[in-house]
Write a protein that binds this ligand. Structure first.
Ligand SMILES: Cc1ncc(COP(=O)(O)O)c(C=O)c1O
Length: 437
């Protein structure tokens, strides 16, 4: 199996290939080089890409932990579409469930007299895997939408307006979610945003005690900051926040969009500290690769959206096909005990990374829980060299938006021991290359 860049053939040699060409032994692309180029050009011409840099991979297919490019390269995926493909790319059980649902019903009706069984089954499963007494879910299309709903819920339920968020926190790009997202360069151009939002340092209980008063509707935070650089709080932080919120009647909203669905070695990261928040926001891995999100709370809190009726609504949230995918994905996670797998593989991966750290001083820190791992390097330049080198060797990793020297590893939770060993070898070579400059 060949990974990474194809043999860099000079253009005149590429011209010798006609309709189809092979770059990986036994691999027959469905596209010839002209089609590949056409897609790249049309992507540039017709789709709004907001990330810098030239796109390189035209996706042919993705399965398990690998992504195949149309030109034949194969990549080991250590980011899983940013913590989305926890059950593996194109999980066969998810794919089969989607196919079955597609023949039954796509979209019917949002409210009124309609019960959509597949939505109900997802609701039941979510109540099973989240801590009691969280039980009632509002289904959305995405993570940012789950955050919007949770913020509205907190304001309406408490009758208060003030929202507390944390420095380096990331919650999405729509107006409400953006208002509680920390990084100023993303917020400033879109102001005015929601009023009465205040940021406090993450993992600082004293700051929380001062900020969370009886005027506060909610604090929203990620239990482990993802885009903030995979920051794990001290063990007393979330339990301490829980108590502060209880004392003043503020809601505790945990954004588990990135940490949910077994990623950190527990179903949700709040389980790492046995903390039950008032609301959990979820998305990403929830749909097994299809768009789906939601926020879950206690029935009496959620009831506030029924008075007046239709206080919150979405047309496509909880789409039947996405729910079929979610049901299959969650059942797969339950049967395969993905939380335990994430713990085991996470330990293997972090042990290996710490050994590499012992041999290379440019790695400053290895941290995380389960298979949400942050690798902090000396500075942004070496981080870029490291990521680029690994990419050339066929390993895909992710940045974190709010911490430029931190590389995030969040592979599919079905990654094997062998794939981790293979990854570690390439990562060590890449560290050495980055070190050499
Ligand atoms: C912690 C967190 N919250 C919210 C979001 C927004 O989710 P979505 O991109 O599905 O809108 C993200 C996305 O990266 C996230 O990491």
């Amino acid at each position: 199996m060949r990974r990474g860049r194809p043999p860099r053939m000079p253009a005149h040699l590429l011209n010798l290939f006609d309709a189809h060409f092979r770059c990986v032994e036994g691999f027959q692309s469905t596209m010839d080089k002209h089609e590949i180029q056409r897609y790249k050009q049309a992507d540039h011409d017709y789709l709004c890409a907001t990330a810098p840099g030239e796109k390189d991979i035209v996706v042919e297919s993705s399965h398990g932990c690998t992504i195949r490019a149309a030109d034949g390269r194969e990549f080991l995926d250590l980011i899983a579409g940013i913590a989305v493909c926890n059950v593996g790319h194109c999980n066969p059980e998810v794919a089969a469930a989607v196919k079955e649902q597609v023949d039954k019903a796509l979209h019917t009706m949002v409210y009124g007299k309609f019960v959509v069984p597949i939505q109900v089954e997802v609701g039941e499963l979510l109540a099973e895997i989240t801590p009691a007494p969280l039980r009632t879910t509002f289904l959305t299309n995405s993570g940012t939408e789950a955050i919007e709903g949770a913020l509205k819920l907190a304001r309406k339920y408490t009758g208060r307006s003030r929202l507390i968020s944390t420095e380096r926190g990331f919650h999405g790009r729509t107006f409400g979610a953006l208002s509680v997202t920390w990084r100023e360069i993303y917020r400033k151009p879109f102001e005015p945003l929601l009023p009465d939002v205040h940021f406090i340092p993450f993992n600082d209980l004293e700051a929380a005690r001062s900020a969370i008063t009886d005027e506060v509707a909610a604090i929203i935070l990620e239990p482990i900051q993802g885009e903030g650089g995979v920051r794990v709080p001290d063990d007393d932080y979330l339990p301490g926040l829980r108590k502060i919120c209880d004392d003043v009647g503020a809601l505790m909203i945990l954004d588990e969009v990135q940490t949910g669905f077994a990623r950190t070695g527990e179903w949700f990261a709040c389980d790492l500290w046995n903390v039950v928040p008032d609301v959990i926001c979820m998305a990403k891995a929830m749909g097994g690769g299809l768009p789906l999100g939601g926020f879950i709370s206690r029935p009496e809190v959620m009831a506030t959206f029924s008075d007046p009726p239709l206080s919150h609504l979405t047309t496509f949230g909880g789409n039947a096909v996405s729910c079929a995918a979610a049901k299959a994905a969650i059942q797969f996670m339950l049967r395969e005990d993905l939380p335990a797998k994430a713990r085991l593989r996470g330990r293997e991966f972090m042990d290996g990374l710490r050994e590499i750290q012992g041999r290379h001083t440019i790695i400053k820190d290895v941290r995380g829980r389960g298979l949400l791992i942050g690798l902090e390097l000396a500075n942004q330049q070496v981080t870029e060299r490291f990521v680029d080198h690994a990419y050339d060797q066929g390993v895909i990793m992710g940045w974190t938006i709010n911490a430029e020297a931190v590389v995030r590893l969040a592979p599919p939770l079905v990654i094997t021991q062998g794939q981790i060993e293979e990854a570690l070898q390439i990562l060590e070579e890449s560290v050495a290359a980055a070190e050499a400059g």
